[in-house]
Design a protein around this ligand. Structure first.
Ligand code: ADP
Ligand code: NI
Length: 216
């Protein structure tokens, strides 16, 4: 199989898994991350084939949608092996997927390869700005979180365990993750794009609080 065919087959596989999801992790999220990744690759370099595979498969293994992180990774690993890819490509893609997730405000990112840095930035660009706001409210509703409750404090999680098990509000998620992403982008290109999206989220939160407090 040539690389184009492998990417096409992977698109079909990912679509079948994610299509119709209502938590902001549907096929179109993957499609945007794939496009963002290709755009970042043009400016930042890296191995495009590894970048595309990791972008397409990055959420198939997510701990939130599988009974365990281990099982999620196995699904991706089995898929990559079924394509007859060489061991080194499989390892590079799996390594990106294992390290892509945000794990808490106080938990450092561990992405080392340029391919991984690009896909992580592409995923994070889709977590902020107007699309990010939309996805966050969709996610909160789907998982039964309150939209906003002034009695629930913001928590800056210092471990993945605490972050994973927290039951905060959707508005708190902006302070616990989304507003931190601008400074956690890896590449200069993504950092620049993140600035405008960050500003838009701050403006949204200001308006939300003004309405909440009857200021206008
Ligand atoms: P990552 O790729 O870092 O693992 P996630 O899949 O956890 O990212 O999150 C992707 C998006 O899902 C977030 O940017 C946000 O929109 C939404 N999301 C995740 N966790 C929460 C939460 N606790 N409350 C509201 N939205 C959330
Ligand atoms: Ni994602």
């Amino acid at each position: 199989m040539d690389k184009t065919e492998i990417i096409e087959k992977t698109v079909g596989f990912v679509k079948s898994k994610m299509e119709g999801d209502s938590s902001g992790h549907d096929w179109w999220h993957i499609y945007r991350v794939w496009n963002n990744s290709k755009m970042l690759h043009k400016k930042e370099g890296g191995d495009l084939f590894v970048i595309e595979l990791a972008a397409l498969l990055h959420d198939v293994a997510d701990w939130k949608f599988n009974s365990s992180e281990h099982l999620g990774i196995k699904i991706v690993d089995d898929w990559l092996n079924s394509l007859g890819l060489d061991k080194s490509t499989c390892v590079r893609v799996i390594d990106i997927i294992k390290n892509i997730s945000f794990k808490g405000a106080g938990v450092e990112d561990k992405m080392e390869s340029i391919e991984g840095k690009i896909v992580q930035d592409a995923d994070r660009l889709d977590a902020i700005g107007a699309v990010g706001i939309g996805r966050t409210f969709a996610f909160g509703g789907k998982f039964g979180n309150e939209m906003y409750n002034p009695e629930v404090p913001v928590v800056m999680h210092d471990s993945f365990e605490k972050y994973k098990n927290s039951k905060g509000t959707t508005i708190n998620h902006f302070y616990e993750k989304l507003l931190l992403l601008k400074d956690r982008m890896n590449t200069p290109t993504a950092k620049k794009i993140a600035e405008g999206r960050h500003r838009f989220m701050k403006q949204f939160l200001q308006q939300f609080m003004d309405e909440w407090r009857c200021k206008q």
